[in-house]
Design a protein around this ligand. Structure first.
Ligand code: DGY
Length: 324
């Protein structure tokens, strides 16, 4: 029996099943980082953690028995991947199982902000609805509008499929074109600045890496078309949040739909009172079905490594260096 350290309870039965095979310690409490996380891991051979736990180099230096860090998320920006690789520890994530839920939520944000859904709900609850009117809370239609997707992995592609079904024209920016996506209607644009100047809505779906931190900085936010919308269900640090507030308050951007924040869980105070912004508490993958499937996948990965095999969804590991 190996020791498995888990930083938080997870939905579903997967951890209970793991506990029939290994010695599982589940904690409850705020996210852990650095020395505190290393102490919690102790002599465990596996760590299951959330995206808010910071798995720094010190964890790999101190937790000598550690063989796998299974992150309960698709994004693994909370893990020092070079340190994991240097220590010969597997790092795994939860791709695929959350693609549809995250793409659905992206569309929910897109529709909510362009059709003023949250504003309308507030308006009615405040008792201000006195009857149908030709110009009440007019929004922006999506048909024929251009969506620019930044990052064309699984989630970006799933968003493209949904947007095409809504009659949008889709362009995307990524390091290379993705013919294997089977979406010939979606046009690859190699230059991000060129894409930003051509689309009505920008939706972010790239991972957070040193290269993508503040990818949408002040210059690029103002490079977007006047009256465009920004949707972010990826990672908050991809956007320079202070500059986004400026772009929204100055009227350069028409609105934003945000699920993630630069200093999560803090939200820039300048966003909170803007009526043209829809703010969600990081709900991208938040369906019961998806969160249970994510739990099953982290457990599958841990079981595979503890049994001596490779995990199902590795990001980094012995012979598998960090992506560049
Ligand atoms: C992820 O998986 O990276 C999401 O942000 C949470 O599901």
């Amino acid at each position: 029996m190996a020791r498995v350290a888990v930083t938080s309870p997870l939905p579903g039965e997967a951890l209970d099943q793991l506990a029939t095979l290994h010695q599982v310690t589940v904690r409850q409490g705020p996210p852990l980082s650095g020395e505190a996380l290393a102490t919690f891991v102790g002599n465990a051979e596996a760590l299951i953690c959330l995206l808010a736990d910071r798995v720094d180099a010190v964890v790999f230096e101190r937790a000598k028995q550690l063989r796998v860090v299974a992150v309960y998320a698709v994004g693994v920006n909370n893990v020092d991947l070079p340190a994991a690789y240097g220590a010969g520890v597997w790092v795994t994530n939860t791709p695929d199982v959350l693609t549809d839920a995250t793409a659905d939520l992206t569309m929910a944000l897109l529709l909510a902000v362009t059709r003023r859904v949250v504003e309308g709900d507030r308006f009615l609850r405040e008792g201000r609805f006195t009857g149908w009117s030709p110009d009440l809370l007019l929004g922006t239609g999506l048909q024929g509008k251009h969506l620019g997707i930044v990052g064309f992995g699984r989630i970006g592609q799933a968003v493209a499929r949904r947007a095409l079904a809504f009659g949008m024209k889709v362009m995307y920016h990524s390091r290379r074109p993705h013919p294997e996506a089977g979406l010939p209607e979606a046009i690859w644009v190699s230059d991000l600045d060129a894409l930003l100047g051509q689309v009505d809505v920008v939706s972010l779906h790239c991972p957070l890496t040193p290269q993508t931190r503040h990818l949408l900085n002040r210059r690029r936010l103002f490079q977007m078309r006047k009256g465009a919308f920004l949707i972010n269900a990826a990672r908050g640090e991809v956007v320079e949040e202070g500059a986004l507030v400026e772009a929204l308050t100055s009227g350069h951007l028409a609105g934003a739909g945000l699920d993630v924040y630069e200093h999560e869980p803090q939200v820039h105070p300048g966003l909170v009172n803007l009526p043209n912004v829809v703010l969600l508490p990081h709900l991208g993958s938040a369906t019961r079905e998806t969160r249970e499937a994510m739990a099953r996948l982290v457990v599958e990965n841990v079981r595979a490594v503890l049994a001596g095999g490779p995990p199902a969804t590795p990001v980094v590991g012995p012979g598998l260096p960090p992506p560049t």
